[in-house]
Design a protein around this ligand. Structure first.
Ligand SMILES: [Zn+2]
Ligand SMILES: [Zn+2]
Length: 339
């Protein structure tokens, strides 16, 4: 009788550890789909949210980002030696807040404004009207405030539009970087793991949220989604994205009825046992939280759109003494004092 080698069954932890080595650490955005899918999600959520008008405007804005992304001009990329030097200094190839911004981004800002002005909230529509009269220095200073997370002196009405133009620019830059790195592996190597773990390995911005993937080689794994360049990078599940501790995490979700849904839908979804796709991962050590979104529960979740849709969850966590980790460049208009 033929002898068979002994088969050792791997534990689920071993399987996950092995798989973690195989999965891509960084997922660069696909310019053909990233903004179009966001626009679709915004429209979907707008139909069932108390923030409907704002989300409908953001759908138009994301659609305009998508259209401009299809023909974004080629941006200057640094050479391999400079990439290596920057990585040694900063741990990332381009730190958005310090990176040279090609003036083309301001042209795209004006074009974004023109494409969405008709649908903008009144305060933003007026601000878009005055945008051409603004100096380059003023616009660049606004961009610096957004990229460094500073609110002092920030024009709150224009912030979502300027944020959208910066997202478009840096997403195109990363996509071009990714394409160039196919021929120049050293560029690819510059996007490494020697970074501030909770920040984007491409541009050093904070994430908007994290997302668990359901299909492809990364299925079952969690990625953090960059608030600026739309990169996703792997971070193991059950780990605080702010202090990286793993031993005092809890997960909170809204009752589905509180998430802005039609109560009739809520009754139906409860009947089929649907679990919430968006939760807050809250850490008892550093008292920060980041939202986690599960694509196996809802394949269409978008970190930016679903973050806005679940603002009630932020209120809940705030009441419990938790501070939000993560950034959403569209959040400025969602403040109560804004129209
Ligand atoms: Zn980034
Ligand atoms: Zn923590």
């Amino acid at each position: 009788m033929e002898s068979r080698p002994a088969v050792r069954v791997l534990s689920s932890e071993e399987i996950l550890a092995q798989k973690a080595l195989e999965i891509p650490f960084l997922q660069a955005p696909d310019l053909r789909t990233v903004f179009a899918e966001r626009a679709m999600r915004m429209r979907q959520l707008a139909a069932q949210s108390s923030l409907g008008e704002f989300l409908r405007f953001l759908a138009v804005l994301a659609q305009a980002q998508h259209e401009l992304a299809q023909h974004y001009p080629q941006l200057p990329l640094i050479d391999e030696a400079e990439a290596a030097r920057l990585q040694r200094v900063a741990g990332v190839p381009f730190v958005a807040a310090q990176w040279y911004r090609d003036p083309v981004w301001r042209q795209k800002l004006l074009e974004l404004g023109e494409r969405c002005a008709l649908h903008a909230p009144a305060a933003l529509r007026d601000a878009i009207g005055g945008l051409r009269a603004r100096s380059h220095t003023w616009i660049e200073a606004q961009a610096d405030l957004l990229l460094t997370g500073s609110q002092r002196g920030l024009d709150l009405a224009l912030a979502p539009l300027i944020g959208a133009a910066l997202q478009l620019h840096f997403t195109a830059l990363l996509a071009q970087w990714e394409a160039a790195s196919q021929a120049q592996p050293a560029l690819r190597g510059a996007i490494g793991r020697t970074l501030l773990e909770g920040h984007c390995p491409a541009c050093a911005s904070p994430p908007t949220a994290s997302i668990t993937l359901a299909i492809g080689p990364s299925a079952g794994h969690r990625y953090l989604h960059c608030s600026l360049c739309n990169a996703r990078w792997h971070m193991p599940r059950n780990k605080c994205a702010h202090c990286f501790r793993t031993d005092d995490l809890r997960y909170e979700a809204l009752e589905l009825a509180d998430a802005g849904q039609d109560p009739r839908e809520e009754a139906e979804s409860t009947a089929v046992g649907r679990r919430p796709a968006v939760l807050a991962e809250a850490c008892g050590h550093c008292l920060h939280y980041l939202k986690i979104m599960h694509t196996d529960r809802d394949p269409f979740v978008d970190p930016l759109a679903d973050d806005l849709y679940s603002l009630s969850l932020d209120l809940l966590l705030g009441e419990e003494g938790f501070e939000r980790y993560g950034n959403n460049l569209m959040l400025h208009l969602a403040r109560p004092e804004d129209p």
